[in-house]
Design a protein around this ligand. Structure first.
Ligand code: ADP
Ligand code: PAZ
Ligand code: K
Length: 257
């Protein structure tokens, strides 16, 4: 069995893949100081709690936070007796090489999303991932990542208002009923929510105009469903896209090693 680990700047997600389905998905906050032993204590507690029978022999990691990789490597080595594949490292092959400026480091999560989306939908895609940042990954007709857009994340934008302005409270995102807010919280939610709808629409339209081939928009990330309900922004929402991409890259490496 494969343990796929997707470490974002806010959360780290672990999924167990038995070759056909994900047996479970577990989420913890990202902390670079968390030790391999701490990961295992947390992981084994939840696995036992859910009564999941696991036989993990392989691990693949994608991390947007370079500092956590060392402890995750120790975790894989100590508890599953394996050397993990780490996306972005030279020894981890990609089905399609990114076409970007020389020397550019593409976020591994974006390479993984590209692989996952191409496997399911073929090429000419915009993958929108609502994480700490909101990323738009452009997938060419042949499956290569060819660039994209990085925008501040939804919660980051709300938090920035709170941190920078003394009178603005911490607010959770939700879809306001109206655009014109009649209290501070509604005004903030309106600015971020409807501002975001506009951001996604405009960026996708401009990518489409530059790309000059028809494109599908695939959305992923915890907050995507909120926007899916509000406006016709995406063709598909796939919660497990990043995890699927990790299984695709893992299989590609097995087949080509
Ligand atoms: N289902 C959800 N509902 C509401 N907020 C969520 C949900 N999933 C994630 N978030 C929030 O969205 C932001 C991005 O989370 P996540 O997608 O885990 O980011 P990353 O991949 O960058 O770690 C965080 O602020 C997180 O708390
Ligand atoms: C843009 C990101 C911060 C998004 O990370 P996330 O929101 O998933 O935590 C990450 O993909 C990253 O660090 N990228 C490196 C720069 C690039 O992709 O061009
Ligand atoms: K992500």
């Amino acid at each position: 069995m494969l343990l796929a680990i997707d470490c974002g700047n806010t959360n780290t997600v672990f999924s167990i893949w038995d070759g056909e389905t994900f047996l479970c998905t577990l989420r913890t906050s990202t902390h670079h100081a968390r030790t391999a032993d701490a990961y295992f204590t947390w992981f084994s507690t939840l696995i036992n709690h859910y009564g999941i029978k696991t036989d993990i022999t392989e691990v693949i990691i994608s991390s947007t936070v370079p500092r956590v990789v060392w402890n995750l490597r120790v975790f894989a080595d100590r508890f599953f007796d394996c050397r993990p594949m780490v996306v972005g490292k030279p020894e981890c092959l990609l089905p399609h090489l990114p076409r970007v400026d020389a020397g550019t480091q593409v976020g591994p999560d974006r390479l993984v999303n590209t692989a996952g989306a191409f496997d399911r939908h073929g090429g000419d895609l915009i993958v929108v991932d609502f994480g700490t940042a909101t990323t738009f990954d452009v997938v060419a007709h042949d499956g290569a990542y060819i660039g994209g857009v990085i925008a501040p994340g939804v919660n980051l934008s709300l938090e920035a208002l709170h941190l920078a302005a003394a009178a603005l409270p911490h607010v959770d995102i939700s879809q306001p009923q109206k655009v014109i807010g009649t209290n501070t919280v509604e005004c903030m939610q309106s600015g971020v929510f409807w501002g975001y709808v506009g951001l996604v629409r405009e960026i996708c339209a401009r990518i489409r105009a530059e790309h000059d081939r028809p494109m599908q928009v695939i959305a992923t990330g915890g907050l995507a469903p909120l926007f899916e309900q509000a406006a016709n922004l995406f063709d598909v929402f796939e919660e497990d896209l990043t995890m699927h991409g990790l299984t695709v890259i893992h299989r590609y490496n097995k087949d080509n090693s």
